[in-house]
Design a protein around this ligand. Sequence first.
Ligand code: AMP
Length: 284
Amino acid sequence: MQIISDIKKTSSLCQKWRDKGESISFVPTMGCLHAGHLSLIKKAQSLADHVVVSIFVNPLQFDNADDLLKYPVTLDEDTLKLADFNVDLVFTPKANAFYPDGENQVKQIDLGSITVLLEGAQRPGHFAGVATVVKHLFEIIRPNVAVFGEKDFQQLMVIKQLVETFPLDVEIIGMPTFREQDGLAMSSRNLRLSENERKKAPAIYQQLKSIKSAINASTNIDTADFVELERRACENLTAVGFVPDYVAIRETDTLSIPENHNNSLVILVAVKLGQIRLIDNIRV
Ligand code: AMP
């Protein structure tokens, strides 16, 4: 396994593989790797001859300076985990090489309406930052396939939109959310929960499951019923100490507000628990 922070060396190693007709799968991460990330890497291994994992805490996608500052960085542990996983290349660029003119000078990508709903509304500029870094990473590595988690459901939609908008020629694969035994979606941010917060956190998934059961149990459900389910879930979460940003029942393909249950739905939630913001979702 090679660990390379240099952009030119990374792109020429990937080019060498491509010249030999060997395929590349790619898993972009911000590090602090957990079993959720590792499930994407396992999938990536089944898809191509070489696996590249990037570890880069991308400043452009943080709308909150404190969140960026406190984002856990565990590069040594991460590379140890990856060594067990037969990863060919760990790309660890430095922000000043990645954005040589400074982050503020980077022309960011605007992918339109999908980036301004839900997470986009709560975190202005977040998806422009994500799209910009992922496009740049794709241009350096030029993978055949890239694997992302459904944990970041809207992000996955943004990435699919990115590859439809630009000629990046990469197949995007989404993978299911990996959870702790108590249902909490794995996340690097879980490390920052206090003991008490960690005990409360599985309530997020419980609320998602309870909305899902209510939808599945109803016939003739309509927008007003969805709004009532969202409202009740927010109330339940607030009662046990969460500050919900949103609980939203949406159409899976467009994230638009459903009028009925004729199409597949997804329930998305974002909450603050103390200082930590957590997101999760479940398909119906
Ligand atoms: P991050 O390091 O948080 O930027 O995540 C890197 C990739 O891992 C993204 O595609 C995430 O959606 C995915 N990911 C994060 N948490 C999970 C999880 N619990 N299960 C599956 N994939 C995940």
